[in-house]
Design a protein around this ligand. Structure first.
Ligand code: ATP
Ligand code: MG
Length: 287
């Protein structure tokens, strides 16, 4: 199957970037959830998650081991050929990951020595626009789908991830400041990667709250909202316990997650029709 990959344009597999400069809107939760559901429910065999956030939350959620001392995305940005030392199997079969940790945003020395120049700037802030794309190019034949979790900012590393995307997902919770930030977020994506499909998933939604329902309606008017993930403590609990995201979950709680993942597969894979792994996944998802 993988040997017959026929992907468009750049030759890289579908690369979905989860981004929102607003913090705490479920970017990481959505990234991990999509990785596991794509793997387990849609049988996508080889998934890579790249963590581009120095908080390292996606890495911690996926790693069977302590991530403090393993080579990370920082090393790949400095030299993309290092990627071969930086890919690790997650605790979840079929999902690998590249970790991030605080080395991405190491403290700037209090006294910058004359001539030290760019050396003293943390990697996250001097990442070139094509850095993440260069990393992906080196693993493109090993994965069917790549998912990228980003930090709550628009730093160069976040922009580099957006530049590499073949699809962008903006998770947004129905709270005032998250909704306020959406126009600038979507404009930023458009400026960096003008032709990329951009979809929104509303997250951590309490459907009993009229204020939140109003915010969801507002988002639906302005953006291509393809999913609505309700507040679901089992989802968070499963991720924090390294259990499968849908385990011990009632069907009515699973439904919005499966519906979003199905819709995402359709939108993001539209131009990969000839790509066997995706064709198979769409068939499984549609069944
Ligand atoms: N559907 C949900 N129901 C309940 N809690 C949720 C849901 N989705 C996410 N959470 C919780 O909300 C918090 C924020 O989620 P998460 O860390 O995924 O957001 P984030 O956007 O990645 O944050 P950051 O901007 O810091 O990277 C976490 O405690 C997570 O467990
Ligand atoms: Mg996060």
């Amino acid at each position: 199957m993988a040997d017959e990959v026929r992907v468009p344009d750049t030759g890289i597999p579908p690369t979905i970037v989860f981004c929102n400069h607003k913090g705490g809107v479920a970017k990481t939760t959505t990234t991990v959830m999509v990785a596991e559901v794509f793997s387990r429910e849609f049988n996508i065999p080889r998934i890579l998650v790249i963590d581009c956030d120095s908080q390292g939350n996606a890495s911690e959620s996926l790693s069977p081991e302590d991530i403090t001392n393993i080579p990370t995305i920082e090393s790949c940005i400095s030299d993309p050929d290092h990627v071969r030392y930086c890919v690790y199997p997650s605790h979840f079969d079929g999902v690998d990951f590249i970790a991030a940790n605080t080395r991405l945003e190491s403290p700037i020395p209090a006294e910058i020595v004359v001539g030290s120049g760019i050396e003293s700037i943390p990697v996250a802030y001097k990442t070139s626009l094509d850095a993440i794309f260069e990393i992906i190019k080196r693993v493109k034949d090993k994965y069917d789908i790549i998912l990228i979790d980003t930090a709550p900012n628009l730093s160069p590393i976040t922009q580099s991830a957006i530049y590499a995307a073949t699809c962008v997902v903006i998770p947004c919770s129905p709270i005032k400041h998250a909704v306020f930030g959406m126009p600038i977020m979507s404009m930023t994506v458009e400026r960096i990667n003008p032709d990329v499909p951009v979809v929104v998933v509303t997250t951590i939604h309490d459907r009993r709250t009229s204020y939140e329902n109003l915010a969801i309606k507002q988002l639906q008017k302005g953006f291509n909202v393809i999913g609505d993930i309700t507040r679901n403590s089992r989802l968070s609990e499963n991720i924090s316990k390294h259990a499968y995201v849908l385990s011990r979950m009632e069907d009515d709680r699973k439904a919005p997650i499966l519906s979003f993942c199905h819709a995402l597969l359709g939108v993001c894979m539209a131009k990969y029709k000839q790509y066997d792994a995706v064709e198979d996944a769409v068939e499984v998802a549609d069944a």
